[in-house]
Write a protein that binds this ligand. Structure first.
Ligand code: AMP
Ligand code: ZN
Ligand code: FE
Ligand code: FE
Length: 285
């Protein structure tokens, strides 16, 4: 009776199609799934068709890249926003362009020590896909430098590596504001994921809260135990919605669909806050 509120397809850095993500979610026995590709909604149409076909609820979403003042990557899940909202689209376009330039620069740096070319990196992505380190990781796997993506993230591609290049993304506060203005519902993704580097300060949480943050993703494998405990208290104090999800990336990560889930009443509360025309597609569930 549960929902997985965070998944990726090939439109960003998942390894399966949007339709396959939805079909796999139905096969896993989930009542509903949110497709939340990084900085794109290109998967919404195929996901919609697959959800209708397989009788599973679909929450149309996106994982917005943002960067805090001190340079920490903050991912904000946006649910049910208007994908044609000009202001949000403009920021997303800026990040996507910056990601492209940054991937090219990282490929250049990698090519000094590994037999990596920009063409090889591009071959790891699909047209329209939001490019990121996972595609560079796939190129490194192709040339035999690492056995899989996770190994690449643990070594060559980790933040602080000499091949790492940052990229532009909006401030988290602007991200939350843009999502709300587009009628969407912003939820802070894996907020206590120390494995990804430093976590943001409490001040950033408060700033995002003031800007309209709706919830925090607590049940996620990357959140530390102590982080989860702090988040539960914070969510309670500030009346925030609490979600759980897998952050499924197909074969790109060990994360399995439904390994963490969100109860129906939370999905309904998210929908109640959405002011766009892009409501949950319940498909009879
Ligand atoms: P980037 O945003 O380009 O810096 O790349 C970071 C992204 O890589 C994160 O959003 C992760 O979801 C993604 N990623 C995909 N596969 C892995 C993996 N095996 N280990 C760590 N991160 C991964
Ligand atoms: Zn990802
Ligand atoms: Fe993320
Ligand atoms: Fe994600």
């Amino acid at each position: 009776m549960a929902f997985d509120m965070h998944t990726h397809s090939r439109f960003s850095d998942g390894t399966t199609s949007a339709a396959e993500v939805v079909e796999s979610a139905a096969q896993a026995g989930l009542l509903g799934v949110a497709l939340t590709d990084h900085d794109t909604t290109a998967g919404w149409d195929p996901a919609e068709a697959a959800a209708a076909e397989h009788g599973i609820a679909l929450i149309r979403g996106m994982e917005l890249s943002t960067v805090s003042e001190d340079g920490i990557a903050v991912h904000v899940l946006s649910y049910l926003h208007d994908p044609t909202n000009i202001e949000l689209l403009a920021e997303v376009a800026k990040s996507r362009n910056a990601r492209y330039t940054r991937a090219k620069r990282m490929a250049e740096l990698l090519s000094q020590d590994y037999p990596i070319t920009w063409d090889l990196v591009k071959q790891q992505t699909t047209v329209e896909a939001t490019i990121g380190r996972p595609h560079l990781a796939d190129a490194l796997v192709k040339v035999g430098a690492v056995p899989n993506r996770s190994a690449a993230f643990d070594s060559i591609l980790r933040g602080g590596s000499k091949y790492y290049v940052p990229h532009y993304a909006p401030d988290p506060v602007l991200g939350v504001e843009l999502i709300r203005a587009a009628g969407g519902v912003p939820v802070f993704a894996h907020p206590a994921a120390k494995v990804r580097g430093r976590a943001v300060s409490e001040q950033v949480f408060h700033d995002m809260l003031a800007a309209g943050l709706a919830g925090v993703e607590i049940d996620h494998r990357d959140n530390s135990g102590s982080g989860k405990a702090w988040l539960r208290q914070f969510a309670e104090e500030h009346n925030l919605l609490v979600t759980g999800s897998s952050d499924y990336h197909g074969a790109g990560k060990p994360n399995q669909l439904g390994e963490n889930t969100t109860p129906r009443h939370v999905v309904e509360a998210i929908e109640a806050q959405a002011t766009s025309d892009f409501k949950v597609l319940w498909n009879g569930n």
